[in-house]
Design a binder for this molecule. Structure first.
Ligand code: ZN
Length: 279
């Protein structure tokens, strides 16, 4: 598979779901070998696991005092479209706009402007299985001829168990919006998060029902969103991946631990079993 960029600069703007601040970003084309990177206040931050600063309800990247947050939905769309060379410049704010809470708007714009750079992309080919675990949650990777990611989990009061798989069909995941449980809202606000969250950009799940008047876009929308998050976090590997990934109840923290383990291990079979962080 060849490296890709976009044919011209495009702009997105909107509120940041956690900061509540208005953000404006430009996506600029880049040459092969540049990678995906963020530019904020004159500082470049590569979209790479080495620069992960935080994983609490969003993925935060930082370098030399500068940081950008909620990068995962945009990164998931770039990963799905194979766009691996691009600069995301922040003209305002430092959180990627949440838009409707899904990857849909990014996908709709970027899918028509991808540009093949004619140079082979770097691919990490899994030769052995690998697993990271945090209590009940785990992510496992196995060798495969192509790339597939599967997520299994549940939606409290809505869906006892559900799974979703992405093997190259963007329609499986790009529409799925971010979500939270009603009882989490106060805690999120106390942590200084979700200041920009509303029913326009997130699904809020009550006791057996959703607060959004339009309902869910699919019964398993939250499961599909977790899969979208996984793809975005996987992109922090900084290269394509050949392997089959299975996540059970994984979240940003475990996704990060998995990518780090994948990148830094010698790809021999290993497992971690300590409960090191919250899911
Ligand atoms: Zn998300």
């Amino acid at each position: 598979m060849n490296q890709k960029t976009i044919s011209h600069t495009v702009e997105f703007e909107g509120i940041g779901v956690h900061s509540g601040e208005h953000s404006r970003i430009l996506l600029h084309p880049e040459r092969a070998g540049t990678g995906v990177r963020f530019l904020v206040k004159g500082q470049y931050i590569p979209a790479n696991y080495r620069y992960v600063l935080g994983t609490d309800h969003a993925t935060v990247l930082g370098k030399d005092g500068a940081s950008v947050s909620t990068v995962e939905h945009l990164l998931a769309v770039l990963y799905i479209l194979g766009v691996d060379n691009l600069t995301v410049e922040f003209l305002k704010g430092k959180e990627v706009p949440i838009l409707d809470g899904s990857g849909y708007h990014f996908y709709k714009v970027i899918k028509d402007i991808t540009l093949d750079l004619g140079i082979e992309a770097q691919t990490l080919e899994l030769r052995n299985s690998l697993e990271v675990r945090n209590c009940r949650a785990y992510i496992r990777a196995e060798p495969s001829d192509g790339f597939c990611a599967l997520y299994r989990g549940y939606v409290k009061g809505i869906l006892e168990e559900g799974s979703a798989e992405y093997c190259g069909n963007a329609k499986e995941v790009v529409f799925a919006r971010t979500f939270c449980y009603e009882e989490e809202v106060e805690l999120l606000r106390k942590k200084g998060l979700a200041k920009g969250g509303s029913l326009k950009n997130a699904v809020v799940i009550g006791d057996g029902f959703v607060h959004n008047p339009e309902g869910l876009r699919s019964k398993d929308e939250p499961i599909r969103h977790k899969l979208l998050d996984l793809l975005g976090d996987l992109s922090l590997l900084g290269m394509k991946l050949k392997g089959r990934i299975f996540s059970y109840l994984g979240g940003h923290a475990l996704n990060y631990a998995f990518v780090k383990s994948l990148a830094e291990s010698s790809l021999s079979t290993r497992a971690t079993s300590s409960c090191v962080s919250t899911p």
